[in-house]
Every structure is written in structure tokens, then in C-alpha cells.
Design a protein. Structure first.
Length: 416
């Protein structure tokens, strides 16, 4: 019994690999089973074909996936319009306009220079030799008509003021005595002397209110020769080239006051170009990226000896003080020959991706679609086009933003 247990324990410690190694006859048996291996070859070949077929199916599935992917991008319907929210339109500064049929003249371009409107400018000068005592305003100040600008003193004015005070005293005396006491000759002489003295101080530069104030005092000691020069208009102090204490002669320019709300722009044209323009012709003045409305108000009849050009003066409003004398600008004037079409802002017309001109028509509030147009001509910041009906609402400002948003949606550039 004990021997049997020992034998069983030894057998259990032997691994299956050891058992197969101890039986070489099994390898001999397998060697004789090679035909069976050959008979299984067709099954392996079939399996290989199955894997190949499976590979083809996977490739087919992959192609199908690629087709689906391509179809999502290459075969989707292109966007023919775009819709923008009220916030988008407000932030982008989009403005719409209703187009109208108009006639614009040929565009005659020229460089120009801003200058003061001579009809709205005054010069402040003394009428007698005087000395500057005080300055009441400074360069760039806005002044009102009748506002004191500068105080002066003059020996001649002092003499004239003293003569007026004496004449005024004499006239008051004879009037108080009356014509029954004073002879007619003395009465008339007193009146004449007063009138002459009054006219003299007025001619020297004193105003009526200044004279009245002087006469009310009744004090001859107030005849110091001091007086003020007042502004003759509302406007801006353009120049004040003087010093306090300076002795100035009659006619010397102390200050220049001009109303800059309406300025002139001088444009110089060849005689042929100037002949195609009439007084009152509309014009546009380009200042940076801005365009201002103007019109032709003057035309010289003599050529400049150096440039052989004619000077035209264009009147342009300047309410926001964006123009200043001496500033260079570009000018486009409408000539006599007119052309009709739909007038739109230049910024409303853009090139499409295929190179055609187009505008963006509003089909519904906030919804826009491109419309191909033909450009007939340009005058300043306005353009004549053809291809849309009068009364159509288009994007007048912010068209570039609309085009960018539409490009993101892949719109068809050939949409007419």
C-alpha cells in the first residue's frame, strides 16, 4: 500500500510536457498524419479569402464613410443669403437705404485746399495810432458780435474825447438857457460842435454805447483816450499777432475773426475742365475717408500765370469743425453732361469672389442676399449702377461685414 502511494505522488509531479517528451512515438504518429494536414489546406485558403473579403468590405465601408464625409462638404446646398440679428447689425454699423433713380454729372477731379470764407471773415484794425493795453480774447476763442477784443489807448483819441466832453457841456448849457436867452447863432454853433466831436470819436473807433457811457459820467477826467475794438461778427479768433504794450499804426491787423461753419475749398482746373462746370454745380470733398457735400460758388476768369489753371471756390459746410484753412483735400465736381441710373453709396458696391460687382438686397428684416449689378459711373462717394429696381432696399453701410458673414456660410458667388 505504501509503495502505491509513493508511485502516485511521483506521477502527479510529472508535467504534461515531460509526459509528451517521454513518448516519441506520438511524433512518429504525427508524421504519418501529413496528408490530413494537406486536406486542411483548402480550409486555410478559404480562411485567407475570408480575411481578404473582410478587408475589401472594410475598404468599401471606409470609402462609403469618405463619400459621406465629402458629401457633407462638397455637395451641400450653398448659402444664397444670410441673416443677421439686430445686435449684429448694430455692432457692425449696418445701415440700409432705399435706392432711387438719379442723374449724376461726369466726375471732374482735382486737388483742393481749404480756405477761409472771405464773405464770413472780418479783420480787426485800429483807425488811429494807438498802444495795446489789454487783450480780452485769445487765439482759437469763439466770440460773439459786439464782444470786446482788445483795449487801446491813443493821444488822438484822448483829444477827441475831451473835445466831445466840452461840446456836450456847451450844448447842455445852451439848451438849458433856451432860445429866448441864447442867440440862434450860439445855439446852432453848439449843436454843430457837438456833432463834429461825436463823429470824430466814432470815426476813431468808439462805439455808440462807449460814447454814451463816457458822456453820462460828465467828467472830463474820463477822457483818457482808452477805447475798445469790438468783434463785428460771431466767429473764431483765427489770428492775433500782437503784443500787449505794442504801438500799432492805423490799418495794422490785430485780429482776424471768421465763421468757420461755412468754408471755401479752392480747386484749380484746366480751362477745358472748368468749361464743363457751371456755378452751383454739386461737388464732393474728400477728407480722409469722409466725404462732404459742397457746391461751386465762384469761378475766376483769369488764368494763374504759373500753372495756367482756373481757380474755383467750392462752399462746404463745416459744422463739426473737421476742416481747417490750409488743409489739403480731394475734390470731385459734377460736370454738365449727365448720366442716369440708380444712385447708391460707393461703399454699398463690392466685388464678388468671381470678380463681378454686387450689392446686398434686403429680402426681409435682417436678411440679405447678393445681387449682381453693373457700374455705370462714380462721382465722389456716390455710384450709378444698373441691375436693381428703384425702391429696392439695400445695405448702404456695412456691406463688407455682410459679405464676410455670407462667405462663412459658403454662398454661391454666381448667384445673380
Amino acid at each position: 500500500m505504501k509503495n502505491t502511494l509513493i508511485l502516485m505522488a511521483l506521477v502527479s509531479l510529472v508535467s504534461p510536457a515531460t509526459l509528451f517528451a517521454e513518448q516519441p512515438e506520438h511524433e512518429h504518429d504525427h508524421a504519418h498524419e501529413e496528408p490530413a494536414t494537406d486536406s486542411s489546406a483548402p480550409e486555410e485558403t478559404h480562411a485567407d479569402h475570408g480575411e481578404e473579403d473582410q478587408g475589401h468590405e472594410e475598404e468599401h465601408d471606409h470609402d462609403k464613410h469618405d463619400d459621406t464625409h465629402d458629401g457633407g462638404h462638397g455637395h451641400a446646398e450653398p448659402a444664397t443669403d444670410t441673416e443677421l440679428s439686430a445686435m449684429q447689425r448694430r455692432m457692425a454699423g449696418i445701415e440700409t437705404v432705399v435706392v432711387k433713380r438719379q442723374s449724376l454729372g461726369e466726375a471732374i477731379s482735382s486737388p483742393g485746399v481749404v480756405m477761409l470764407n472771405a464773405y464770413r471773415t472780418t479783420r480787426v484794425t485800429p483807425r488811429i495810432p494807438a498802444q495795446v493795453m489789454r487783450r480780452h480774447v485769445h487765439l482759437g476763442d469763439h466770440v460773439k458780435k459786439g464782444q470786446p477784443l482788445v483795449s487801446l489807448t491813443s493821444v488822438e483819441m484822448a483829444e477827441a474825447q475831451g473835445a466831445l466832453m466840452e461840446a456836450n457841456t456847451e450844448l447842455r448849457r445852451v439848451k438849458k438857457l433856451g432860445r429866448k436867452v441864447v442867440s440862434e447863432k450860439r445855439y446852432i454853433a453848439a449843436e454843430i460842435a457837438w456833432q463834429q466831436a461825436y463823429a470824430r470819436v466814432r470815426a476813431y473807433g468808439m462805439t455808440k454805447s462807449q460814447i454814451d457811457s463816457l458822456l453820462k459820467t460828465g467828467d472830463a477826467a474820463r477822457a483818457t483816450g482808452e477805447f475798445q475794438l469790438l468783434s463785428l461778427q460771431d466767429g473764431t479768433v483765427i489770428s492775433d499777432d500782437f503784443l500787449v504794450g505794442e504801438l500799432v499804426q492805423p490799418g495794422v491787423l490785430l485780429m482776424e475773426i471768421s465763421d468757420e461753419s461755412l468754408l471755401w475749398v479752392e480747386a484749380r482746373l484746366t480751362p477745358d475742365s472748368a468749361a464743363r462746370i457751371t456755378l452751383g454745380s454739386p461737388a464732393r470733398i474728400q477728407v480722409g475717408e469722409r466725404w462732404l457735400e459742397g457746391k461751386v460758388v465762384q469761378a475766376r476768369h483769369t488764368l494763374d500765370e504759373t500753372t495756367r489753371t482756373l481757380a474755383l471756390h467750392l462752399e462746404v459746410a463745416n459744422p463739426d469743425d473737421s476742416l481747417h484753412p490750409g488743409q489739403f483735400v480731394n475734390v470731385v465736381i459734377e460736370g454738365r453732361e449727365k448720366q442716369e441710373g440708380i444712385a447708391v453709396p460707393v461703399a454699398a458696391v463690392l466685388r464678388s469672389p468671381d470678380g463681378h460687382w454686387q450689392v446686398f438686397v434686403q429680402t426681409a428684416p435682417g436678411r440679405f442676399e447678393p445681387k449682381e449689378v453693373e457700374v455705370l459711373g462714380t462721382v465722389g462717394d456716390r455710384m450709378l449702377i444698373d441691375g436693381i429696381a428703384e425702391g429696392t432696399t439695400i445695405v448702404g453701410k456695412g456691406a463688407f461685414f455682410v459679405q464676410s458673414e455670407m462667405a462663412k456660410g459658403g454662398f454661391d458667388p454666381h448667384n445673380h
